[in-house]
Design a protein around this ligand. Sequence first.
Ligand SMILES: Cc1cc2nc3c(=O)[nH]c(=O)nc-3n(C[C@H](O)[C@H](O)[C@H](O)COP(=O)(O)O)c2cc1C
Length: 312
Amino acid sequence: MSTTVSTVHAAIAAAVRAPSPFNTQPWEFAVHPDRVDVWLDQSRVLAVTDPEAHEAHIACGAAVYTLRLALAVSGQRSELVVLPDRTRPDLVASVVLDGKYRPSPHERTLAEAVWRRHTNRRPFLDRPVPSPAKTALMRAAAGEGAQLHLMDEPADVGAVADLIRRADHVLGQDLAHVTEVRGWTGGRDRLDGVSVAAAGRPSTADTVIVLRELGSRATAVPFEQLPLLGVLTTVGDTHSDHLAAGQALQAVLLEACAAGLAVSPLSQPIEVPATRDALSVLVGAAAHLVLRFGYGHPGTVTPRRPVGEVLR
Ligand SMILES: Cc1cc2nc3c(=O)[nH]c(=O)nc-3n(C[C@H](O)[C@H](O)[C@H](O)COP(=O)(O)O)c2cc1C
């Protein structure tokens, strides 16, 4: 292998910047002379909220995308083999090192965004996202085998907002879910989970989109009246589709970050079977996540476990 171990470790340091539900970071990496294997870490899958590891596979897909992007900008071509071993389903991907690569300026821009990107749960400005930026977001998803259905018409946004509100209500009644969320939020000096500082602002009665209650602090600043929403979908609904959705998610988030857009993912409607089905019917494909896009005051990046802790 001509690629040095330090290059691979640097790429893994980028990969762990990927988003994951409640910052659970449900991944592990095994470095081999010719490849990097990405494993699902079952001990970090949300047993109550994500019993089929749907969201954990999305997170692993986002990490895989980031790993390959970081390798690419360091001049390393890679081939992706998804779920390479049927007998070991937690081995979600092999990233096979495959010669030299000349990255494009756009890939460099996206790779730089890895270090700035973060979830922004604060109110956004009532400023529309221009068409070229919307096209770039949809293209980013399509490039990874997924679709991003963007909505900014009041009726469409209202229909998704209703499903989010319904799902949020159902989840709020589920004590096991609420307890699980508490275990991953509000912590101090942790390298995982969502801290109070990252929790954003709580929704109020007139907030169009009900953001997840993560122990956030109130603000006088109102939420935007008509957010731009995106529903991330794939045609199929297997773990390999969830991994594709995760790659597309990170491609979209980095594209958004590079364009100066803030984003908050919303997975409440995905976590309740009835609302997930309704959302999938609404957009005509298997729904994996809702994204809220806009312009706003930036937050800060959240902590991650160091590379040494995620090596197998
Ligand atoms: C599959 C998935 C589902 C998520 N669901 C939500 C959500 O419902 N609400 C929310 O505020 N953030 C959600 N997030 C964002 C994560 O909480 C966030 O990525 C994580 O805390 C790490 O923070 P960062 O994105 O700022 O790096 C989700 C992320 C992923 C990948």
